[in-house]
Design a protein around this ligand. Structure first.
Ligand SMILES: C[S@@+](CC[C@H](N)C(=O)[O-])C[C@H]1O[C@@H](n2cnc3c(N)ncnc32)[C@H](O)[C@@H]1O
Length: 264
């Protein structure tokens, strides 16, 4: 069996992410928590476990174990560790926007969406491409972005190219119009709608915006739609959709966001 060592200060979010990545790579989500930070998966091949851990943001490492570990001290040498993401922080990318999704959240959302490699992936509010970069780096093809602002779409193109992701489609449009923008369905989707990390960027009616965008997405996304959204907005929007487990993630004293997904 394999033990995944959950990292960061939110093991619930790490677990949601791990289950999504397992679903994408090996078509299963049966995980057993034997310690607040250790998730056991039985019946994986070493190669499968390595592929899964390398695409995760919030799991530190994966270990082959003979017996159920009691704690991290029982884990021994890792079979593989996660990729380093910090060198893609927004201020280190060629085009910087302060509201672009940072790589840890971006990669988490791609995994919560259970985005399959080799299949089309969408961010309908893509800004300068934080989520699309992470989707492209795990092998989603093409990555498709929409943003209502032209300079964001230009920035996303430049950023994607800088990370060697050439199979992309980018559109200046409203996310609500996604059905007429796309040529066909996409396998998975993730979004981080504007919810005002800076108060000036909070949309006038964030509940209505999210409701309209999620409604439109249900017609074009075959799999999951992962999202990170302010908890007060989710409280209004969530009951209208069939969604997975909701994990709270405290950003700072006045903002708690939730991470969840709409079922495909
Ligand atoms: C928080 S940013 C998204 C960050 C992005 N996910 C990333 O990976 O960098 C929110 C974006 O939503 C865009 N936006 C706002 N309203 C929109 C709409 N109706 N349709 C499409 N994009 C919209 C904004 O221009 C902004 O770039």
């Amino acid at each position: 069996m394999h033990a995944f060592l959950l990292a960061g200060d939110n093991p619930d979010l790490a677990l949601l992410e791990l289950k999504g990545a397992l679903r994408a790579e090996v078509g299963r989500t049966d995980v057993e928590l034997v310690h607040p930070r250790i998730a056991i998966v039985r019946g994986l091949k070493d190669e499968e476990a390595e592929i899964v851990v390398r695409r995760l943001a919030r799991t530190h490492s994966c270990h082959r174990v003979e017996e159920e570990p009691q704690g991290p001290e029982d884990l021994g040498r890792p079979l593989a560790t996660r990729e380093k993401l910090a060198d893609r922080k927004p201020h280190l990318r060629p085009v910087f926007r302060p509201d672009s999704t940072e790589p840890f959240l971006a990669r988490t959302l791609v995994n919560v969406a259970a985005a399959p490699r080799g299949e089309p992936f969408l961010d309908p509010m893509c800004n300068v491409g934080g989520i699309l970069i992470e989707a492209g780096l795990i092998g989603c093809r093409p990555v498709i972005g929409i943003d209502v602002r032209e300079e964001m779409v230009k920035g996303a193109r430049e950023n994607l190219e800088a990370y060697g992701i050439r199979d992309h489609e980018l559109h200046v449009a409203k996310a609500q119009d996604v059905e007429s923008v796309l040529e066909g369905p996409v396998a998975a989707c993730a979004l981080d709608p504007p919810y005002g990390r800076a108060s000036h960027s909070r949309p006038r009616d964030p509940v209505r915006l999210l409701m309209e965008v999620l409604d439109a997405l249900t017609n074009v996304v075959e799999g999951r739609v992962a999202l990170a959204v302010a908890d007060d907005v989710w409280k209004e929007v969530g009951p209208s959709f069939d969604h997975g487990p909701v994990v709270e993630d405290r950003v700072h004293s006045s903002l708690t966001r939730v991470v969840t997904y709409l079922r495909g």
